[in-house]
Ligand binder design. Structure first.
Ligand code: UDP
Ligand code: MG
Length: 226
C-alpha cells in the first residue's frame, strides 16, 4: 500500500485559485496513484477563499480546510496546516500554482527513496519587480552573513516526512522562518530544482511593508547576529 501525502496550501485571497489548484494537483496525484489529502489553510482572507474551500469539500474527496479568524501570515498558516496533516509525508506549496506540481511528484519519489526533507530550490526567481529582486538580494545576503547558510535560492516549497514534521512542530519558536528551519532540524535532506512559475490569477499579497516585516522577523528569529 502506498503511503499518503498531505499537501498543505496556505491561502490568502486565493478565491480564483482554490478550485484550479485542487484540480491540477489532485488530478496529477491521482494519475500517479499517490494517496493524498489537500489541506487548505485560509489565512483570514478578505475574499471568498473560505467559501471556495467549503464548496470544494462538497465536490472532491481528500480535501481538508482550516480557517483563521484573521490574517496571521504565511508562516502561521503553514504551521497550522502541518499540524492538521495526517499523511506519512507532508508537502507545503503555494496555492497559486507558482510551485510546479510535477516537482511535487519528484519530491514524493525522493521521499520513497529515503530522503526525509526535500527542498525546492529556485532555478530562477521568475518575474519579479526590480525592487522585489533588490530587496530579496539584500535580505539573503544579510541572512547568509548572519547564519552561514546560503538561502538565495531557497523556497517554501518542501516535502518532509512525518518524523521531520513532528520535530518541526515541537520547535518552541513560534515566529518561525519556515524556509530556514527545515534545513536546521537536521535530517537526511536533498534538493530539487524547480522553475518558479508566474501567478495565473490574483496578486502577490506581499506589500513592501510586509516584506520588511518578514525580513526583520526572520533575521531576528533565526540569528543572534543583530
Ligand atoms: N499567503 C498566506 N498568507 C499571507 C500571504 C500569502 O497564506 O499573509 C499565501 C498565498 O496565498 C500563497 C503563498 O502564501 O499561497 C505565497 O504568497 P504570494 O503568492 O502572495 O507570494 P509570492 O509568490 O510573491 O512569494
Ligand atoms: Mg505567489
Amino acid at each position: 500500500m502506498d503511503k499518503m501525502l498531505s499537501v498543505v496550501l496556505p491561502a490568502y485571497n486565493e478565491e480564483q485559485m482554490i478550485k484550479k489548484t485542487s484540480q491540477v494537483v489532485g488530478d496529477l496525484l491521482e494519475k500517479e496513484q499517490i494517496p493524498y489529502e489537500l489541506v487548505f489553510v485560509n489565512d483570514g482572507s478578505k475574499d471568498h477563499t473560505w467559501e471556495k474551500i467549503l464548496e470544494l469539500k462538497e465536490e472532491r474527496a481528500h480535501i481538508k480546510g482550516v480557517c483563521f479568524s484573521r490574517n496571521f501570515g504565511k508562516e502561521g498558516a503553514v504551521f497550522a496546516g502541518i499540524a492538521q496533516a495526517e499523511g506519512d509525508c507532508i508537502a507545503v506549496m503555494d496555492c497559486d500554482l507558482q510551485h510546479p506540481p510535477e516537482t511535487l511528484i519528484k519530491m514524493y519519489r525522493l521521499w520513497e527513496d529515503g530522503y526525509q526533507v526535500i527542498e525546492g530550490v529556485k532555478a530562477s526567481r521568475g518575474r519579479e519587480s526590480f525592487i522585489h529582486k533588490m530587496f530579496a538580494k539584500t535580505f539573503y545576503s544579510i541572512i547568509s552573513d548572519a547564519t552561514g547558510i546560503d538561502m538565495s535560492r531557497a523556497s517554501d516549497f518542501k516535502l518532509m516526512d512525518r518524523q521531520a514534521a513532528e520535530e518541526f512542530l515541537k520547535l518552541p519558536e513560534r515566529n518561525v522562518f519556515f524556509r530556514a528551519l527545515s534545513s536546521w532540524v537536521g535530517f537526511k535532506t536533498t534538493d530539487v530544482e524547480c522553475d518558479v512559475q508566474e501567478r495565473e490569477a490574483g496578486e502577490s499579497e506581499w506589500s513592501f511593508k510586509s516584506l520588511v516585516q518578514y525580513a526583520v522577523n526572520s533575521i531576528t528569529s533565526f540569528s543572534a547576529a543583530p
